[in-house]
Design a binder for this molecule. Structure first.
Ligand code: SME
Length: 281
């Protein structure tokens, strides 16, 4: 994420927390209604954020626009989707919205270019990482507890992980096939399609984790003999088992285009994600 939006997000969170502490029942009720309205429902959270963005542009509230831009990115909105939502605002609000749209596009592009710095995102390093991952874990838990199908929730979790952590380039679940024991099939995922939709136990990093039931952190995939490549861009990978009653049932697989990006904070966070999603599998 770009510097200005990072700063905006931090300042907004500070002000929001201060207001939340300060306000009484009426303010708190309004804020919790606001959070509930944007939660995944019949409409996906992503669509709701785009609607929030369109409404904010029409009402010409720059802070609201920036907030929804950050949320749209976290929900995996593409530039084309962003552009269509902005076009509706332009039609509804007319030319008076154009100065706000110019700034919105600038913020969107700034976030895109910031993303290239990937693993160097200050929000994710050293002291900040636990706070960042705690917040992300809360969002994952919220998705698990929402209404909707298990598959849609797992899909939303893949997307939120992929778009929130700059060096998570492919995020997916492999699940043990109940009709084909010792075989994994690819469940929900976010990222480029892969040819490895079925993996036998023992093959590649995924197959090894299925066999051993232990997490594998591979900081440099070129050093691996037993490895199934999904793309030449992948430099590292982390695979964590998901267990029920001590038995392996599935796994979370994350590929990265960065070399050695995974820290102990990733392992701790992703282990908790695996525990949180177990009921969905
Ligand atoms: N690289 C994995 C295969 C799955 S893809 O990363 C999506 C492996 O070696 O098992």
């Amino acid at each position: 994420m770009g510097g200005n939006l990072d700063e905006f997000k931090r300042e907004r969170e500070r002000l929001q927390a201060q207001y939340q502490d300060f306000t009484g029942v009426s303010g708190k009720r309004f804020l919790s209604l606001d959070a509930a309205v944007y939660r995944e429902g019949v409409l996906p959270a992503k669509v709701k954020e785009l609607m929030g963005l369109t409404g904010s542009i029409v009402l010409r509230c720059d802070d609201c626009i920036n907030y929804h831009i950050v949320r749209c990115r976290e929900e995996g909105v593409t530039s084309e989707e962003f552009d269509e939502a902005v076009s509706i605002a332009l039609i509804v609000g007319g030319s008076i919205t154009i100065p706000h749209i110019r700034r919105a596009v600038d913020a969107w592009l700034e976030m895109d270019s910031g993303e290239e710095s990937g693993a160097n995102d200050p929000a994710l390093h050293s002291d900040n990482a636990p706070v960042f991952f705690d917040e992300l874990l809360k969002r994952v838990t919220e998705i698990v507890e929402n209404s909707g199908s298990a598959e849609a929730k797992l899909q939303a979790i893949c997307e939120i992980l992929r778009y929130s952590v700059p060096y998570y380039d492919w995020v997916g679940f492999y699940i043990e096939d109940s009709e084909n024991p010792r075989t994994l099939y690819l469940g929900p995922y976010a990222g480029e399609p892969t040819e490895h939709s079925v993996i036998p136990f023992g093959r590649g990093i995924c197959g090894r984790v299925a066999e051993s039931g232990e997490t594998l952190v591979i900081q440099d995939v070129t050093k691996e003999d037993n490895y199934l490549s999904c793309s030449v861009n992948v430099k590292s990978e982390i695979v964590l088992p998901i267990k029920r009653g001590g038995n392996f049932i599935a796994q979370l697989d994350i590929d990265s285009h960065a070399e050695s990006p995974f820290s102990e904070a990733d392992v701790e966070f992703l282990t908790k994600v695996c525990e949180a999603v177990e009921p969905l599998l």
